[in-house]
Design a protein around this ligand. Structure first.
Ligand SMILES: [Zn+2]
Length: 234
């Protein structure tokens, strides 16, 4: 009986510490901070993605530049051949259709180059927007972080106090009883319940009168339904 009442007092202090610990984890400032951190990561990912796209565009522009240079060289050679008038008319006519084909290629290369330049400019704008957004989120994050650090320091100190107070309440409780308390806590919180009439104060299940009598007589009995260790009602 004595042990159970000591354990009950310990449970009060233990629950208070647990409650504050949960509160710290659920702190709205902390939740907001997590949201901002996720947004910052999103912006970084987006920036990197656009960076990769811009790099690919740069590679394609280089390839186009080479293709244009090569085609211009081929055109120059063809024109020289046409102008030398050493070949047959048939041959010259073939040169001319080749010139037309190469000119078509050149114009396609130029069109693609213009399109890529425009796309690249769009992406620069997008990157700028991402940077602006990132800076905004970062400023909010830093401000919140400062507030949270203050809050966290305060609450952590309080939590330490509560944990210490709970630890002090374990004085006089046998190791066996404490172990039993902790084992029940893994599945039922709080682990102890008082009788409420003939009901378990934890899960409200009605108990046989023989059981309630035994509890009142100081026997250690766990609720058959929720597994809590039962104490007489007050
Ligand atoms: Zn119960």
């Amino acid at each position: 009986m004595e042990q159970l009442e000591l354990l009950w007092n310990y449970q009060q202090a233990d629950s208070a510490a647990d409650k504050l610990e949960k509160e710290i984890k659920r702190s709205p400032t902390r939740q907001k901070l997590i949201k901002y951190r996720d947004s910052l990561l999103e912006q970084q990912t987006a920036f990197k993605r656009v960076d990769g796209e811009v790099a690919a565009m740069g590679d394609r522009l280089d390839a186009l530049k080479d293709a244009v240079a090569l085609t211009e060289e081929q055109l120059k050679n063809l024109i020289m051949k046409i102008e030398s008038s050493e070949d047959s008319l048939e041959q010259v006519s073939a040169y001319i259709s080749e010139v037309k084909r190469l000119q078509g290629n050149l114009s396609a290369y130029e069109q693609e180059t213009r399109r890529i330049r425009k796309d690249a400019a769009d992406r620069e704008r997008i990157q700028h927007e991402i940077k602006v957004r990132y800076a905004k989120y970062k400023a909010e994050f830093d401000k919140l972080k400062q507030a949270y650090d203050v809050e966290y320091k305060e609450k952590s100190a309080q939590l330490e106090e509560l944990k210490k107070a709970a630890e002090e309440k374990t004085a006089g409780i046998s190791k066996e009883m404490l172990d039993r308390y902790r084992a029940i806590k893994l599945h039922s919180v709080p682990p102890l319940a008082r009788l409420n009439g003939n009901q378990c104060g934890g899960c409200n299940m009605s108990l046989p009168s023989a059981v309630t009598r035994a509890i009142k007589a100081g026997e250690l009995i766990e609720c058959e339904t929720c597994g809590r260790l039962l104490l007489p009602g007050v």
